[in-house]
Design a protein around this ligand. Structure first.
Ligand SMILES: *Cc1c(COP(=O)(O)O)cnc(C)c1O
Length: 406
């Protein structure tokens, strides 16, 4: 095994993306982490690790960073750089990949929303930047329009600027709600089937009234095309998470869109203080790591990935179905977390365990396995599994179901 010092030396000598880029790596490759850590903190602190058969959940630390993201982080940690310079250079590259005019790396999709709206509110007016989140008497607009079905928890990112959300349901509602206080029209892609107004209509409303539109696509890649589709469609700002399927740093995300709003958003971002965004810092390592994650994600063979994920899902499904009374459905949510997803249910007269008890047995077993679910069934995805873990999950699931079978 490489010593820590040797590894760092090797990594520093590597160009940032270097020869590693483009190499075919498994979707969640095995990471040489133990070589880097001279201490095993997981063991030392008694932190539970687990097989993630659940998905890209924030509480479960999102996704595992791509190996090249980790080596980028290590290599770039050896030099000082000007934070703004890193953002500008990386932003130009990200914008080119995503068909955006401009882009900046934020601390997650949530802060992309806050900062994007801040930019819309303040423009390049330094005084307004410092006044946020106090809008009264400043001349800044104070309302964001959103469809009722879209106004779920994440809109708090927008109210962090001091704005309030005005809920609408129909196009007529939007026309009525628009006033000289309206700052932005916000769309939540994953809830687009929960609203009466579709993407194109939303963009058209914005253009008609000269009000910027923003879309949250946090967990909505794949499909990879979503990274540019909404710029092409005419949204002014697009926000996405970096640490979900793209396998960038969990604490990174992207704000992309019209240059005038990105430039303005950056006035509320570090290194500038006296701003609402000062606490939303992204270090140079993660900015660069996010860029590499995006580049690698876009370059992947997504059809091949999909087939592999289906195979993994089928491995787990077959094992479960071999137990009498168990039923497995595999579907892919169309709007967000678009990946083969298992729903495992059973006849309680034939398998005498509740879904929650089964999930707990998988969690407390060896190795620990995390799943999702409710009172009626257990849910799983295969995209956060490391190679081979599908077989472990299949075996453990079958064991627990068989144990409970009458
Ligand atoms: C995950 C998520 C967010 C927050 O994204 P972060 O990258 O964790 O900040 C926002 N909106 C939606 C719909 C999400 O799924």
């Amino acid at each position: 095994m490489l010593s820590r010092r040797k590894l760092i030396k090797q990594l520093s000598a590597m160009p940032l993306v270097g020869g590693l880029f483009g190499a075919a790596t498994p979707l969640t490759g095995a990471l040489a982490a133990p070589a880097i850590a001279s201490r095993n903190l997981v063991k030392e602190l008694g932190i539970r690790t687990f097989i993630n058969a659940a998905g890209t959940y924030t509480a479960m630390t999102g996704s595992l960073m791509d190996d090249d993201v980790v080596s980028t982080i290590l290599a770039s940690s050896k030099e000082f750089m000007m934070l703004d310079d890193v953002q500008t250079k990386v932003g130009e590259k990200i914008a080119a990949i995503t068909h955006a005019e401009s882009a900046v790396v934020t601390s997650g999709c949530f802060s992309a929303m806050t900062l994007g709206l801040a930019g819309v509110l303040t423009g390049m007016d330094q005084k307004k930047v410092e006044q946020l989140p106090h809008l009264g008497g400043t001349g800044m607009k104070s309302e964001v329009i959103a469809q009722k079905g879209h106004d779920i928890g994440y809109s708090h990112a927008l109210t962090n600027t001091g704005c309030k959300i005005v809920q609408v349901e129909t196009i007529e509602d939007v026309e009525k709600a628009i006033s000289d206080k309206t700052a932005m029209l916000w769309f939540l892609n994953v809830q687009s089937d929960k609203g009466k107004i579709n993407h194109e209509q939303w963009v058209a409303l914005g253009k008609k009234h000269n009000i910027p539109t923003m879309i949250d696509i946090a967990a909505d890649v794949p499909p990879v095309e979503n990274l540019w589709k909404f710029h092409d469609m005419g949204f002014d700002l697009v926000c996405v998470s970096g640490g979900k399927a793209m396998r960038g740093p969990q604490s990174a995300g992207l704000l992309m869109g019209k240059k005038k709003y990105i430039d303005a958003a950056r006035l509320s971002m570090p290194p500038r203080g006296s701003t609402i965004g000062r606490g939303m810092k992204v270090n140079k390592e993660e900015i660069l790591g996010m860029y590499v994650a995006l580049e690698k994600f876009v370059a992947r063979d997504h059809d091949k990935d999909w087939k592999m994920l289906e195979e993994r899902a089928n491995t787990i499904a077959s094992a479960a179905r071999s137990v009498k009374g168990v039923d497995v459905a595999i579907t892919a949510p169309p709007l967000g977390n678009h990946t083969p997803t298992l729903r495992i249910t059973w006849d309680p007269a034939k398998v005498k365990v509740t879904p929650n008890a089964l999930r707990e047995a998988l969690r407390t077993g060896t190795p620990s396995i995390e799943t999702v679910g409710d009172d009626k069934g257990v849910g799983m995805t295969a995209w956060m599994l490391k190679p081979g873990e599908d077989k472990i999950v299949a075996t453990r699931l079958k064991e627990e179901l068989t144990k409970a079978a009458v």
